[in-house]
Design a protein around this ligand. Structure first.
Ligand SMILES: Cc1cc2nc3c(=O)[nH]c(=O)nc-3n(C[C@H](O)[C@H](O)[C@H](O)COP(=O)(O)O)c2cc1C
Ligand code: SF4
Length: 444
C-alpha cells in the first residue's frame, strides 16, 4: 500500500508524491500580470513539496463560457506560451503541473451575472440542448437569464477541437498534463448528464452517446497534443435536488460506469466527484459564509453581480439553506472513489473535505487492511489558507497533523465579484502567521 510520500505514474509521467493541489480559481485573467498572479498562487505549493499542482479552470474559447469573473482563457497560443515561465518554475521545485480546460455552457456568467450580462447583451450561452424546465422556470422568475444557443453537431466537433487546440498550446508551454473540468456543472458534465443532454444525434440519447463528447475531446487532444497525460473529473449527481424536482440525473453507479468507460477511451486518471446538476455548495461543503455576506465593502459588487440588493439577499438565503443541506462531511467523495477504484486500473484521485494526514494515509490504504480508496489525495480550500501546506503534511508528518482551513467558505462568495482567491478568515490567517514564525512551512 502507498504512503503520501510515494511517487505515482500518471500516463507515463512520474508524480513525485501523492499529494495534489486541487483546481481552484486563481482569477488571474489574461492581462499583463496574469503569469505573475498564477506564480504567486501556485508556486508556494510546489515550493512546499506538493507533487501535483492542478491549475484552476481555464476557458478554451476567446469569448463567453466563464463561470466566474477573471478566469484565464487559453485559446490564444501567444498567451499560453507565456505560461512556460510558470511551468518552468513549478518544475524547478520538482513538482508537476496540469492545466484544467473548461467551458461553462449553461453555467456561464452570462446566465447569472447581471452586470456582465448588461455589458454583453449579445452573448449567447452554448447549450447541449434546450435548458430543462427547472432552469427555464428560474429564468422566468428572474433568478437566471437564458439566451441559449444549442450546439449543432458540427459545432460540438468544433468545440471538442478547441479543447484539443488549447491542450496542444499547454503541452508546448510545458504543462505535464491536461485536466478536464468534468464535474463542476460545466459543459462536460452537461454532455454527460441526462438532466441537460436531450440530444438525438451521436452525442445524446444513451449513456454511451452522452459520453461521446469526452471521447471526441480525448481524440482531439491525442491528435493535437500527443500522449500528454489526460485526467478528468467524473460526476455523480447524487447530492440534489432530489426527485420529483429532478428525476433525470447521474446516479453513483452511472458515475462508476462513466469512469470505467473513460479508462477504455484512454483517459489516464479520474477524479470522482459528487455534484449537483446545478451550481450549488455540493462541491464545496461547509459552513454558511457569514463573514463574506456581511462584508459591507463588497455589497455594491455583490449587487452588481446578482442584480440588486433584494436578489443579493435571496442568494444569501439560498446559500444558508444549502449550507444546512451540504454541511461539511469529511472526505465526502471517499465511497464514490472506492467504488470507481474497484472498477478501473488507472489512478483515482480523491478530493473534497480531506483535512488530516492520518485520514490521507487511510484513504491511500497505508494503515488499513482495506483496499485503498484512491491513489492520490487532494485539497483545494486548505491551499488558500496555507499556500505552503505541503511542508507541514509531507515527510512523515504525524497522523494528527491537520490543516488550518475551517471550510467556512468565506473565500468562495467574494469570487463572484472577481476578488482574488484567498483565505478571508482572520482567525485562520493569524494561526498561519504563528506557524510561519515557527518555521513549519520550510521543507525539512
Ligand atoms: C473558490 C473555489 C474555486 C474552485 N474552482 C474549481 C475549478 O476551477 N475547477 C474545479 O474542477 N474545481 C474547482 N473547485 C472545487 C475544488 O477543486 C474541490 O473539489 C472542492 O473545493 C472540494 O475540496 P476541498 O474540500 O479540499 O476544498 C473550486 C472550489 C473552490 C472553493
Ligand atoms: S476562508 Fe479560509 S478557512 Fe474559510 S474555507 Fe476559505 S480558506 Fe478555508
Amino acid at each position: 500500500m502507498a504512503t503520501l510520500e510515494d511517487s505515482l505514474d500518471i500516463g507515463g509521467v512520474t508524480i513525485p508524491n501523492r499529494l495534489y493541489r486541487a483546481p481552484l480559481l486563481e482569477c488571474a485573467g489574461n492581462g499583463p500580470d496574469a503569469v505573475d498572479t498564477l506564480l504567486d498562487d501556485l508556486e508556494p505549493a510546489a515550493e512546499s513539496g506538493v507533487g501535483l499542482i492542478c491549475q484552476g479552470a481555464t476557458i478554451v474559447r476567446g469569448d463567453g463560457g466563464c463561470a466566474a469573473p477573471g478566469m484565464t482563457r487559453v485559446h490564444d497560443p501567444d498567451f499560453v506560451e507565456r505560461l512556460s515561465r510558470l511551468t518552468d518554475r513549478i518544475h524547478d521545485h520538482g513538482s508537476r503541473i496540469v492545466v484544467q480546460l473548461e467551458h461553462g455552457g449553461l453555467r456561464s456568467m452570462e446566465t447569472w451575472h447581471a452586470e456582465y450580462r448588461r455589458e454583453q447583451p449579445d452573448l449567447e450561452q452554448l447549450a447541449v440542448s434546450e435548458p430543462p424546465w427547472q432552469l427555464r422556470a428560474l429564468d422566468r422568475l428572474g433568478f437566471l437569464s437564458y439566451d441559449p444557443h444549442v450546439l449543432s453537431t458540427d459545432e460540438v466537433y468544433e468545440l471538442a477541437a478547441d479543447f484539443g487546440r488549447s491542450a496542444a498550446y499547454a503541452a508546448d508551454a510545458g504543462y505535464d498534463g491536461i485536466h478536464l473540468a468534468g464535474a463542476n456543472m460545466g459543459i462536460v458534465q452537461q454532455f454527460c448528464s441526462p438532466f441537460y443532454n436531450r440530444r438525438n444525434d451521436e452525442f445524446g440519447g444513451s449513456p454511451e452517446a452522452r459520453l461521446e463528447f469526452l471521447a471526441v475531446v480525448h481524440d482531439e487532444i491525442r491528435e493535437r497534443a500527443g500522449d500528454v497525460p489526460l485526467i478528468t473529473k467524473v460526476p455523480a449527481e447524487t447530492p440534489a435536488p432530489s426527485s420529483p424536482i429532478v428525476q433525470r440525473k447521474l446516479s453513483l453507479e452511472d458515475g462508476v460506469e462513466l469512469a470505467r468507460r473513460l479508462e477504455k477511451i484512454g483517459y489516464d486518471a479520474v477524479v470522482p466527484v459528487q455534484t449537483s446538476v446545478v451550481w450549488d455548495m455540493s462541491i464545496v461543503r461547509g459552513a454558511y459564509p457569514d463573514r463574506a455576506w456581511k462584508n459591507e465593502g463588497l455589497h455594491d459588487a455583490y449587487d452588481a453581480a446578482f442584480g440588486g440588493t433584494a436578489r443579493r439577499k435571496l442568494v444569501a438565503a439560498a446559500n444558508r439553506i444549502q449550507s444546512l443541506q451540504y454541511d461539511f462531511d469529511p472526505a465526502w467523495n471517499e465511497a464514490f472513489c472506492r467504488r470507481v477504484r474497484e472498477q478501473v486500473s488507472i489512478p483515482v484521485l480523491a478530493e473534497g473535505g480531506i483535512r488530516e494526514r492520518g485520514q490521507m494515509d487511510r484513504l491511500l490504504g497505508e494503515a488499513d487492511t482495506k483496499e485503498p480508496a484512491c491513489d492520490m489525495v487532494g485539497m483545494a480550500r486548505p491551499f488558500y489558507a496555507e499556500p505552503r501546506l505541503g511542508a507541514r503534511l509531507l515527510e512523515d508528518a504525524p497522523d494528527e497533523t491537520r490543516v488550518l482551513c475551517e471550510s467556512c467558505n468565506n473565500c468562495t462568495v467574494p469570487q463572484v465579484t472577481g476578488a482574488p482567491g484567498m483565505c478571508r478568515t482572520p482567525t485562520v490567517l493569524r494561526k498561519r502567521g504563528d506557524l510561519e514564525r515557527e518555521g513549519v512551512y520550510e521543507r525539512r
